[in-house]
Design a protein. Sequence first.
Length: 99
Amino acid sequence: MEKVYTHENKILVENAKNILELEGLHCELRNVYAAGGIGDLAPIEAWPELWVTREHKARALSLLSELKDETQANWTCAQCGEENEGSFAHCWQCQTPAN
């Protein structure tokens, strides 16, 4: 098995798993309950991980890179100058709509 994705947000890892499984790739989640070890472990070592078989690694990485390409870029609010994540439709600071 080969690790193809990790993130601190378990929901994002599970979403990536669902995408790969829809494409017929067998996946395995690891470190799902490792967050309780933070303190003894570095936080990044306790993040959930997504693993696939070696023969599916290239395809999995390709599918996951397409997923990253679809994410929206961060934007700067024209009203207050605050930087916002691309998924925000309004500025989190002043509620001005995105450009």
